[in-house]
Design a protein around this ligand. Sequence first.
Ligand code: ATP
Ligand code: MN
Length: 470
Amino acid sequence: MALTRIVEILKSGQPGQLLEVAGWVRTRRDSKQGFSFIELNDGSCMANLQIVVGVEVPGAAENIKHVTTGASVRIAGELKESPGKGQRVELAAQSLAIVGTADAEAYPLQKKRHSFEFLREIAHLRPRTNTFGAIARVRNEVCASIHRFFQSRGFIYVQTPIITTSDCEGAGAMFQVTTLDLAKLPTPSAAAPGGPREIDYANDFFGKRASLTVSGQLEAEIFATSLGCCYTFGPTFRAENSNTTRHLAEFWMIEPEMPFYELDDNMQLAEDFIRTLVRDVLEHCSEDVAFFNERIEPTVLSNLQNITQSEFVRLPYTEAIDILTKSGQTFEFPVAWGRDLQSEHERYLTEQHFKRPVILFDYPRTIKPFYMRCNDDGKTVRAMDVLVPRVGEIIGGSQREERLDMLVERLKECHLDPKDYWWYLDLRRYGTVPHSGFGLGLERVMLLITGMANIRDVIPFPRTPKNAEF
Ligand code: ATP
Ligand code: MN
């Protein structure tokens, strides 16, 4: 018999159906009359299936003691209307097979609340908990929704490289990729005896210094200026040693890139995008979201509903600085025109001042990368950041500089060598067009949607400084 998923049974199973389920035991309770009640979870939904095992089930008498929390079982039986509270149907077992036992004493997931810190140490078992099961399902829905959003608009999905030899945008410190034997580096150059070693990357695997990508944007621009709207969705790496609750060393980024889009079009797309993701999760994962709202963060649901209903504020950076300086708040980091906003400032704007998402735009050119389009004021660039309550920045984007001379000037201003960007400049040399794009951090959206407080808990296997187990 093919297995039936518990989510289907709880949704549409009818009394009288004969079926078989398989999964992991959450709990077992024995009645005085010789019945046992098993709560079985197969990961397909948050709720468990209640299974009643009577004495008549062949082998039950000696097998039931192996039905302990964490054990895996296969059970066939007949669906019955449940007389008990809490479930519509239950399964009356006709056969019971223990697939894998779990030593009840040793099994790390006991039937009590474990701290998220503890669960991070057992990342191989945490998906079996309610919270991490819900996170995995929601993350899957968000990913599916991302592809649906872009595919339904005719965007092309492009795979940009993970290994790169261009320090593209200085978005953050990069992880080096090398096959050089670090224990036997080539001799230090004679020029600097005792000084820092000059490494000759001509001998390295790629013949020059290579790193893990911090963004697929520059390559996405190649496709956007050939094929039309496109997007990337892949792993991204930043070696910043920032131990915060919203930074990972390895995270997933979605980067759409659109030719003939100016900043307003870019902002509109970003807003529609976020709203669609939130709507899809509310529609398809309502049980999981209800759980987050009840058990994790009581503002999650109202925050998400607010996002689907209200328009995002659009505010120039300069006006944001004004609001912040007049706010009367004491911030840890000072506010001044020309400084980057910290997450405390971003959160003040979205949580206290506007109480909805805010798109800040036109940032000082001195704090933004070389590829953002310069405004005529000479001081600002066409950058935009989307800020949301509780998380702060979830999207960073811009209209790109499409004018060759301006781009070369900006490269020099940023102490970058135009020669290293020859192919990027070619896109401006041959049929240049205005174009725009942005980057959304998948895990930041997950923080928004789940209400989880730490980004390490919304990715299956977090990589952070000093941590890459599993
Ligand atoms: P922040 O200022 O929050 O550190 P950033 O400005 O360095 O982010 P961008 O280069 O604009 O980030 O990257 C685009 C998006 O990627 C961000 O808006 C964010 O959603 C996500 N992101 C950036 N860095 C990280 C990280 N270390 N971990 C998880 N997500 C990240
Ligand atoms: Mn940013």
